[in-house]
Design a protein around this ligand. Sequence first.
Ligand code: GTP
Ligand code: MG
Ligand code: ZN
Length: 326
Amino acid sequence: MAESRALQQGLVVAGHGRHCWVEDAHGVRRLCHPRGKKNLAVVGDRVLWQPAPGQGQEGSIEEVLPRRNLLYRQDELRSKSFAANLDQVLILIAAEPVFSESQLARALIAAEAAQIRPLIVLNKSDLAEPFARAWERLLPYRTMKDPDAPQGNAPRYPVLPLSLATQSPEVVRALLMPYLQGRTTLVLGPSGAGKSTLVNLLVPGARALTGEISQALNSGKHTTTSTTWYWVDGDGCGDGERRTALIDSPGFQEFGLQHIAPMQLAACMPDIAAHAGACKFYNCTHLHEPGCGVLQAVGQPGQDGISASRYKIYKDLFAELSRRRY
Ligand SMILES: Nc1nc2c(ncn2[C@@H]2O[C@H](COP(=O)(O)OP(=O)(O)OP(=O)(O)O)[C@@H](O)[C@H]2O)c(=O)[nH]1
Ligand SMILES: [Mg+2]
Ligand SMILES: [Zn+2]
C-alpha cells in the first residue's frame, strides 16, 4: 500500500473547475483533486500527486512544483491564470472577427511582463479584403524592433499570415514548426480566430471542438471552454529531444493588466521603451513632461516612430492602471 501511494511527478494537461487532469510518466491521464487551497494548479504545472485510495483512476495533488513562469490576466475583481511554464505564446487573431488592437497589445504586455516570448499569427488570409485591412493595422507590430537584439534591426515579434481553412497541413506545418518545435506554446486569442482549428490541424486526433461544430450544437459564443494541453509530436519522442506541445485556450474578451504598475508599462512596450532613454527625466511618465523622447517620437513617419494608436493604448492603459487599488 505504502509503495503504491508514493508521490509521483505529473504534468497538468487540462483544468476542470478546481480539479485537473494530470498526465503521469507513462502518458496516462487521470482526474486529480487539489489537497487544500494552496495546491491550485494550472495547465503546464508540474505537480506531485498520488493515487486516491480505493478510487480507481483518480488521484490527489499534493504539491505544485515551483513555476518557471505564469501567464495570467488580472481583471478588476479576479485573476485568471492561462497556463504555466511556457516557452512561448502564440497570439492568434484573424481577419474576421475584426481584432481589437487594445486586446492584442494587452496580451503582448502580459507576455513581456512574464518574460514569455510572443509570436503573432493573423489567420483567415483567404478573406482578402478584411485580411488586407487587418494586415495594415498590424504594421506597428510588424516593424517593431527588438531593443535586445545585437544588430538592433531584428523584429521584436514575428508576425505571420495564415489561412487555416485553405492551406494544407503541410504548408501550415512548414510555416509554424520552426517556431514551435521543441517548445511549449500557449495559443491565445479572441473567440473565433481559429485556435482550435490550428490545434486540430497540427495534432491529428486532437478533435478539439471548433466553431462550426458548436454552432451545430447551438452552444454559446465560446466554443472552447477549458484550457487543454496537446502533444504535437505524438507519444514517441527521440532521446533527449524536447517535445513539442500546444495549449488550446478559450477565447478572451477582457484582458486586465492590474498586476502591472503604470511605471512598468513602458518597459513592456518595446516601441515605447526604445525612446524612453531619450527622456530628460528618469521618472518620466511620457504623458506631458518637457523633453520627453517618447512624446517626440509619436506619429513620426518611418520605422522608428511610435504609431498614434500604440501611444493611445499606452496612455489609456497608464490611466487605467493608475486608477486601481488604494
Ligand atoms: N475563412 C476562414 N475561416 C476559418 C479559418 N480558420 C478557421 N476558420 C473558421 O473560424 C471559425 C472559428 O474557429 P475555431 O477554431 O473554433 O476558433 P477558436 O479560436 O478556437 O474559438 P473559441 O474556441 O471560441 O475561442 C470556424 O468556423 C473555423 O472553421 C480560415 O483560415 N479562414
Ligand atoms: Mg477553440
Ligand atoms: Zn518620456
